[in-house]
Design a protein around this ligand. Sequence first.
Ligand code: S3P
Length: 426
Amino acid sequence: MTEKFNKVLQVSGELTFDGDKSVSHRALIFSAMAEGDSIIRNINRGLDVNSTMNCLRELGVRIEDKNDFLIVHGKGLKGFERPERMLDAGNSGTTARLLSGLLSVQNFKSEITGDESLCRRPMKRVCDPLREMGANIKSNDGFLPLTFFPSNELSAIRYQLTIPSAQVKTAIILAALHLDEDTTIKETAGSRNHTENMLGLPVNPSPDGNIILINSSFYPSPREYDIPGDISSASFFIVLCLLVPDSHLVLKSVLLNSQRLAFIKHLQNMGADITMLKDDGTSGELTGSIEVKYSQLRNVPFVNEMIPSLIDELPILTIAGLFAEGDFCLTNANELRVKESDRIESMVANIRLMGINVDVYEDGYKFPGNNTPTGGLLFDSYGDHRIAMSLIILALLLKDGAKINNLSAVKISNPNFFDQLKKITR
Ligand code: S3P
């Protein structure tokens, strides 16, 4: 699907979002593991979360969709069933990596694969610690498909995360929840902490990083989940509003977990007029509204420690950087190379199409700010949802608009994106 987008004159109004994608995956998996029925409200309706739902169904979990909420009939500690076919994680790294932790500790053989993009993404990062715990995993040279064999040599480990990845951390946690002894995970750079929050895991600061403690006493129980709106889906609308004169937008009931707000902090450092108002207590994660007003932005250096917390928002922050004053310079973001596409390549190729000079590094890129491209081009989304949405926002800012190909990828995380755009633009 290729579509033309024209320049917008103003952004205004209010938006709400489907549940946060990361929290939705976890709510489904924890509900499936619990013994008994859990209710999930405001689940993310994107294809990635649907992949997790399908995999859990293949493992024998009954999930009833009542439109406004889901009822997950959890299987308990030993209730998952051997799947009849290979599990398909589709485009979802979170599905493949999180479920690896769960499949490693089952007493049946299972296999998981994914689409072409996911089959290019590294799985060694989850296989290594799980094997250290005694899991019996066969991989395709560090890539999908993965095959899990029953193992009776599972034991707790002390693990130091070498890559700041919440997916790796959660895979280890899901396996460790099946063991009575304490597993500990030390992380030096903060990655998103939804798993710790939702399971109530103790996280103790130490001089060289936080130490997370896991054992079977934290195994999930049935409960009700109200999933806050997806803050990463909101990021595209926030940047659009900041860049269109006279614009004003309010985003309601979104996730305000501090680990996920690094991109807002960065935009505020750039001069963005963004205010956040927290709602009263919710189930395990903070929620609130965000008010955004058109602002004059200037590029400022990224704080290195914040990169893991804003990794998903780097494509849309790059769009903000194109129009802000001063040079945009990103380094220390190697992880972008192994996302749904190589996001360094994807962004640089599209920026160069506009005739802008970009210096490319292994871990980032640099270009001058204050650009006034006219557009009228065909951008390539590389089939990557966050690149597609970032390019749409870019097209809406260009005098002659732009065409973008491969837009169906948007449905991976936000099937409501186009309706939401229509609602707030004129
Ligand atoms: C996610 C963790 C991040 C993020 C991804 C979702 C999660 O990936 O990029 O979109 O839900 O745990 P990494 O763990 O690879 O950093």
